[in-house]
Design a protein around this ligand. Structure first.
Ligand code: LLP
Length: 433
């Protein structure tokens, strides 16, 4: 099995100890299922590893863009992580979950004045300012309120993280951040230091997502620390905080490597400490922003198969009752997933097929070249594994398809509760006037 919270009993797929066929029957399909125990375990892995490697002053921030709903953010709060938020919707979710907003970090490459005011009204602790205009806007809006707002500056260290293009963000020509190489980063630092209503708390970078190459974090932290030393020498400013972003990869298919996150964090910490020593810098308070590696393997999507189309001599299709509306990642990035017939795990998988959705679009594909049992037919439950990250959060109402429910499995699967209820056609209509 691709994740150890999946198991097989008498040919039936179990997730965190629960029979997936029974879950599909009880809650309907398509259905996102999430494993609370795994989310908590992943949070603890980061908490412990960062504390051991970087000390009490460090903190992992969960990147809510990977998946955000109230019950999930409540878990993040209970586990003591900080939170990376990118929109008013994510901020509202955090507020509803009772999240301590002083530990929230507001990202995005283009915060409107309205966004900035909304976040300040809710006490967001840190604004991660992407560019000079944003520093200026935060300073102006904070000034209007007579407050001083803590900010980090997002910088692009100029690194290619060797992942797929849509999620590579650390290169100089990225839409995100201010580049160190072009001198813009230094200019914006000087500018931020001159503003009366912002407090420059440090620097941030995020080089990419689904990254397995540990060298990427070592090179990024080196460049960032050299920049911190340069700013000290030029402006007498020593950044107290360094946020290294998120990006650790997860296993979607058997051929993906296994990443030892604590070992990787220990390696980054060793390199950061050595670099600090060589530059005579104190160790900054380190932040990391994992999203995918907190929730991906805590998620599974269940579908019901409909049409099974065999075009002899060409191709086979198994259509399911969801698709790119609940998981657009294959359509967008060609992402690999492990797909199983949840009730027929004991059967030989000799039907090669494309598992496709129900949208009126040929690109509505969940996965190609999937091996399923030849007996796969209408009514079978199809499971797509490792869907906890960037599935629910990227879901849409294309074709006015209502979005699936999210069910949370807790306490070793003893309880299964609806965390987000299933949308109805009436929900889809609810904003029409
Ligand atoms: N911090 C920042 C500033 C980010 O932009 C991201 C992800 C993260 C943290 C979290 O990265 P993670 O640990 O999840 O890799 N929709 C794409 C992924 C986009 C990632 C965007 N930024 C996908 O489905 O693969």
């Amino acid at each position: 099995m691709i994740c150890d919270n999946l198991s097989s009993h008498n040919g039936v797929l179990y997730f965190n100890g629960r029979n997936t066929l029974s879950l599909a029957q009880e809650f309907g399909t398509p259905l996102y299922v999430m494993d609370e125990d795994r989310i908590r375990a992943n949070c603890r892995t980061y908490r412990v590893a960062m504390k051991e490697s970087f000390g009490e002053n460090s903190l992992p921030l969960y990147a809510g863009k990977a998946c955000s709903f109230t019950a999930l953010i409540r878990i993040i709060k209970e586990e003591g992580l900080g939170l990376d938020v990118v929109s008013c919707g994510e901020i509202a979710t955090a507020v509803k979950a009772g999240f301590p907003m002083e530990n929230a970090y507001f990202h995005s490459n283009n915060k409107t004045d309205g966004d900035i005011a909304y976040a300040m009204d809710r006490g967001v602790g840190y604004f991660v300012a992407d560019n000079k205009e944003e520093v200026d806007a935060v300073d102006r809006i904070a000034g209007g309120r007579g407050i001083k707002q803590k900010i980090l500056l997002r910088l692009t260290p100029g690194i290619d993280p060797h992942t797929y293009a849509a999620v590579a963000t650390g290169k100089v020509d990225s839409k995100f951040g201010s580049a160190i190489e072009t001198g813009q980063a230094a200019q914006i630092t000087e500018f931020a230091l001159s503003r009366a209503h912002v407090e420059l708390a440090g620097f941030h970078c995020h080089v990419g997502s689904q990254v397995f190459d540990s060298d990427v974090f070592l090179r990024a932290s080196d460049i960032m620390l050299e920049f911190i030393a340069e700013m000290r020498d030029r402006f007498g400013y020593t950044a107290p905080m360094l946020d290294l972003g998120g990006g650790y990869g997860v296993r979607y298919v058997d051929s993906d490597p296994v990443l030892d996150i604590p070992a990787n964090i220990a390696q980054v910490s060793k390199s950061v400490k050595e670099k600090c020593q060589s530059l005579s810098l104190p160790l900054p308070a380190i932040r990391m922003e994992p999203g995918r590696s907190i929730v991906a393997d805590a998620g599974l999507t269940l579908y019901t198969a409909g049409t099974v189309k065999k075009i002899t001599g060409y191709k086979n299709y198994v259509s399911v009752d969801g698709g790119m509306t609940d998981n657009p990642r294959f359509a967008l990035y060609g992402s690999a997933y492990t797909v199983l017939n949840a009730g027929k795990l004991n059967e030989k998988t000799d039907l090669e097929c494309s598992v496709v959705g129900r949208c009126c679009e040929s690109g509505d594909i969940l996965q190609e070249k999937v091996k399923l049992p030849a007996s796969t037919c209408r009514g079978d439950v199809i499971a797509v594994c490792t869907t906890g990250a960037y599935n629910y959060s990227m879901a849409s109402n294309y074709n006015r398809i209502p979005r699936p429910a999210v069910v949370m499995l807790s306490d070793g699967g003893k309880t299964a509760s609806v965390a987000v209820r299933r949308e109805t056609p009436e929900d889809v209509l609810s904003l029409d006037v």
